[in-house]
Design a protein around this ligand. Structure first.
Ligand SMILES: [Zn+2]
Length: 411
């Protein structure tokens, strides 16, 4: 079990020389800052504190190589501006950091005036003891899912089942919706957080669920004809314990589909999905987020499967989505699909083990219609700012596109 890190950083602003940091105001009352990651999804290493600047990096425990997930809380002793400097490159998005004033329930991107460089941001705390969360994205944990599900409890159509128990003893939810197993003409599996840090997928999933539960002919018919499983947190322990998850040692959850699975959730999926889909046509959608910024990371796209028949089906969904999507997050036919063999999407990426897409491709010709990975960016999409609501709206569009893709006409 990962040990939560807590730091109490004490700094007396009065002891600083004005030259150390041009922003330190003379006569400012001595301030201290408490920084910690002692909460669900929390992650930080505070390396040092100089003047009014906190130097931080992500806790990469259990991760091979560099990654960028961090999520911490800062509480000042006095109203004051503090600076936060990443000690390595590529720890901030091109929108800087996100912050939350309500204990991580909702998130906004920092104001542009606080985004001071690709490693530096600031925040002006308005009062003593104001707890503010900061992160490279918009962290989404079990508590978010529970808040979302409370609003859906009026709907008896959603059943909260369990895929398995995690290694650290947490239930891994399986939300079951739609047609009864025997009556379903189609089966649809939607998953998120194979990589624990990739939280934006959960907002897309919320949108998909909201759409599916809507009381209109299109979605009623979809629910009647198709049976859905949603797995919000494939790596539940990683999500709750604030781990990167991506490039987990010895292999991550999306490389755990060959040989013997080492994680309970992937093992359970491999056991339960074939049994659930039986001989029905099925679709698998695995929600991911790309790298933190830049080329191929700042637009929404589907990752082309190596299997040409599946790739063709993905393109059919992409076409429908490009034509029909209505939400604020831009989606284009051109950038919306990354064919196999292009950019990072090559066979060489899978030395450690098979991905979900590769595993599912093994069912092509035996029921699988399409398996796809969706990459939804953290902060910037075609130049526009990614928001939680924008991601949800994209999820709504995706569900309606899926209805068309399956050829299910509203009745
Ligand atoms: Zn991923």
């Amino acid at each position: 079990m990962r040990v939560f890190l807590m730091y109490i950083l004490l700094i007396s602003a009065a002891s600083l020389s004005a030259q150390e940091h041009g922003e330190v105001a003379l006569g400012q009352s001595p301030g201290t800052l408490h920084v910690d990651s002692h909460f669900a999804g929390g992650n930080v290493l505070v390396e040092k504190l100089v003047a009014d600047t906190v130097y931080f990096s992500p806790d990469l425990s259990g991760t091979a190589g560099e990654w960028f997930y961090w999520n911490f809380r800062a509480v000042p002793s006095a109203p004051q501006k503090w600076y936060f400097k990443a000690t390595k490159p590529n720890l901030l998005t091109n929108r800087g950091a996100a912050y939350s004033l309500d204990g991580g329930a909702t998130w906004e991107w920092l104001d542009k005036s606080d985004h001071l460089g690709d490693r530096l941001f600031s925040f002006s705390f308005e009062r003593a003891d104001q707890a503010v969360r900061f992160s490279m994205g918009m962290p989404y944990t079990q508590a978010h899912l529970e808040r979302f599900l409370i609003n859906l409890t009026a709907s008896s159509q959603l059943q909260i089942d369990r895929l398995c128990m995690s290694e650290r003893g947490r239930p891994v939810e399986k939300l079951v919706l739609g047609a009864a197993r025997e009556q379903a003409e189609f089966k649809v599996l939607v998953m998120a957080r194979a990589h624990a840090c990739e939280m934006m997928g959960n907002y897309v999933m919320e949108g998909m669920l909201s759409a599916l539960l809507a009381d209109n002919p299109a979605m009623r018919t979809l629910r009647e004809k198709a049976s859905f499983w949603f797995i919000p947190f494939l790596d539940k322990d990683g999500v709750e314990d604030g781990e990167q998850g991506k490039n987990r040692i010895p292999r991550d959850h999306n490389r755990d589909y060959s040989g013997e699975s080492i994680y309970a959730s992937t093992r359970s999926l491999r056991e339960q999905v074939p049994d659930w889909v039986e001989d029905r046509p099925w679709v698998g959608i695995d929600l991911h987020n790309p790298w933190i910024k830049g080329e191929n990371n700042e637009w929404i796209y589907f990752v082309g499967n190596a299997n040409p028949a599946i790739s063709k089906e993905q393109e059919r969904l992409v076409d429908i989505l490009a034509k029909t999507h209505r939400g604020p997050m831009r989606f284009t036919r051109e950038e919306g699909f990354l064919p196999f063999g292009v950019a990072w999407n090559t066979g060489s990426n899978y030395d450690q083990g098979a991905s979900f897409g590769q595993w599912a491709a093994g069912f092509q010709g035996q029921g699988l219609m399409m398996a796809t990975t969706l990459e939804f960016p953290y902060a910037v999409n075609h130049g526009q700012i990614v928001t939680a609501d924008g991601a949800r709206a994209f999820g709504v569009d995706l569900m309606y596109a899926l209805q068309q893709y399956l050829g299910i006409e509203a009745q």
